[in-house]
Design a protein around this ligand. Structure first.
Ligand code: NAD
Length: 315
């Protein structure tokens, strides 16, 4: 009988290796298998992490493997592909990363894998759509990390501003994980108080909110400019998502999922609030947005559909 929590990670570059390290240290799985085209690097990463296991209390196995290891995995995490270069948008990675992700998905499905796909490769909404289409899995079991990272960035900034735990901040980044994303300020709360009430009380002003949004949206550009890539933040978001799945937490997270009529949109992977548990996305929530926010969501949907080669080819 299988009881181990098993993750197969595909793509062990900066993001994948950081996720592997975070996943091990947060004790979220019992088995972690790593696959990468660069077999020398992935073997060395596995050996390096095995060197840490004697200093770790939990029993966990980590090794570098191949696609046959996916057949009994619970979660396959896809971090393979090319990453943004300084000044490049996520959308500029589309053609290459769709091809890579589709090929990987075919190999994973051919192994007999019957678990949950978690996608991080960018542009994550379009790559998640490609994995969903190629795998023919139920949409609940193909999840994009979406704006989980952006939402964590925003909550951290608000927590600093109000000097309060990020756990007391309910604020979400909706839409594309990219330039058309937006903050749904109309439903944001700080310690239970609607953020718009704080605006009325003049504890915050509209310019400060706009600056927070821009800092969140452009965070990756700044980090990539300085050190070439972003990886720790997304690694911790991926770890949080896997933990919610294994723990059957029914946690509320901003994730990229297929819309099927929610907010009047369909056939697009995009971030909205999702309830996540052991079977994947159990429910998509649709809190009421302001008219301006609904327009922003519609624009983000348009950007993602127009840039999705699989949707454009099918027309
Ligand atoms: P990287 O170049 O460091 O690593 C990519 C890895 O993918 C390499 O090790 C490469 O060998 C491997 N790879 C490529 N094709 C493969 C294939 N067919 N099979 C197996 N492995 C393959 O890049 P990175 O910085 O780790 O970024 C990885 C992806 O994650 C990029 O698309 C990046 O834009 C994305 N990313 C997403 C988020 C997010 O929030 N979703 C945040 C940061 C980066």
């Amino acid at each position: 009988m299988k009881s181990a929590r098993k993750i197969v990670l595909i793509g062990t570059g900066s993001v994948g290796a950081s996720f592997a390290f975070a996943a091990l240290n947060q004790d979220i799985c019992d088995e972690l298998v790593m696959i990468d085209l660069n077999t020398a690097k992935v073997a060395a990463d596995a050996a390096d992490m095995q060197d840490g296991l004697a200093n770790f209390t939990a029993k966990v196995n980590v090794w570098h493997g191949d696609y046959s290891d996916c057949h009994d995995a619970d979660i396959v995490v896809i971090c393979a592909g090319i990453a943004q270069k300084p000044g490049q948008t996520r959308l500029e990675l589309i053609q290459t990363n769709v091809k890579i992700a589709s090929a990987i998905t075919k190999d994973v499905v051919a192994s007999g894998f019957d678990g949950i796909f978690l996608v991080a490769s960018n542009p994550v909404d379009i790559i998640s759509y490609a994995v969903w289409k190629t795998s023919d899995f139920a949409k609940e079991r193909v999840i994009g990390s979406g704006t989980a990272l952006d939402t964590a960035r925003l909550r951290y900034q608000l927590s600093q501003l109000f000097n309060i735990s990020a756990r007391a901040i309910n604020a979400c980044v909706f839409g594309e994980h990219g330039d058309s994303e937006f903050v749904a300020w109309s439903i944001a709360k700080v310690a239970g108080v609607p953020l718009i009430d704080l605006l009325e009380d003049r504890q915050l002003n509209q310019e400060e909110l706009e600056a927070l949004y821009e800092k969140t949206r452009d965070a990756a550009y700044k980090i990539i400019e300085a050190k070439g890539a972003t990886y720790y933040g997304v690694a911790m978001a991926l770890t949080r998502i896997c933990k919610a799945i294994f723990g059957d937490e029914n946690e509320l997270l901003m994730l990229s999922t297929l819309l099927q009529g929610e907010y009047g949109h369909e056939d697009v992977y995009i971030s909205v609030p999702c309830i996540l548990g052991r079977q994947g996305i159990r429910q998509v929530l649709t809190p009421e947005l302001s008219a301006e926010e609904a327009d922003k969501l519609a624009y983000s949907v348009k950007v993602l559909r127009e840039n999705n080669p699989l949707i454009q080819e099918a027309k």
